[in-house]
Design a protein around this ligand. Sequence first.
Ligand code: SF4
Length: 352
Amino acid sequence: MTEVSTRVDLALLGIRVDVPVQRRSGAGPSDDGHVLFGGAGAAIPLRPESPYTIRADRLLYEGTDLGVTVEPVRRPRFYDLRTADGVAYEQIARLHGKDVLATTVVQTCIRYGEDQRCRFCSVEASLASGSTIAVKRPDQLAEVAEAAVRLDGIRQLVMTTGTSAGKDRGARHLARCVRAVKQAVPTLPIQVQCEPPGDLATLSELRDAGADAIGIHVESLDDRVRARWMPGKSTVPLSDYRAAWAEAVRVFGRNQVSTYLLVGLGEDPDELVSGAAELITMGVYPFVVPFRPLAGTLAVDVDGAIPPTAAVLEDVTRRVAAELRRADMLGTDQKAGCAACGACSVLQTAGG
Ligand code: SF4
């Protein structure tokens, strides 16, 4: 089995261990444990039925040592701190992968009604469980970021947001948060993630605030898939995404803009790869990740959705990684963000 196949298998089947750094529900992929797979950060689903386990930092498949080092990420020291008003730092931002601080600055979303919500999303579930707070204030984020850099060697910050009702779709609060963090830790690279803002000038505001990279996440380029899986979000037409990506590349630079593309929503794999190639031509990094059925999402609780097959995930990932290499556009060249982290995707293992 190649390293890429093993990483694909792990992304789909998960591991049967308890690791110190985990994420339960939230925006984007979650219910995962953070490990170092051959030294690189990897967010792997935690599954008691998985054939994979870790023993003495080695990956075992049904008891057989695969010769791959997999080390759990240790619990960061900043998790033990609280703000003066008693909020645990862990409720404000969390460690992702090996050295990424990640936060959802507004944990609610105007699209969270059952008929509007993205069917794979559980952004408000972590709020309901008490593991986070609804709105992170700029000064709270600055305090946590400073401590995480000082105590745990954090190297980048990812700030996402639920979508707000305003025309900026939440980008203005992101800008305020970026400004505060940059004042506290000027050298910490920051990626912001939001929907295409109604006014594209907001992208310059984010850049002026100090954001180094941006993710504008479409999840699928197929309008039928979008309507079925993201009834609320798909009301923003793809043309708005294209305009926002183009402006973001102008403002942030080539390969400092990214978007998620989920594999396994029923899209045509060839169309996904050709759509990814078009994004790469625009200077946008297509962050290809497997769709993961998570308990507490409509995809699982109502639809009974299943993940993609390993063959499809590996094929799509390898082809998109090859396109990225051809364009000399690597995830590790992004200053911050999911493409730079890479833990939720197999792209970096495949050379993208
Ligand atoms: S890829 Fe993004 S969501 Fe996944 S662990 Fe890294 S920063 Fe977090």
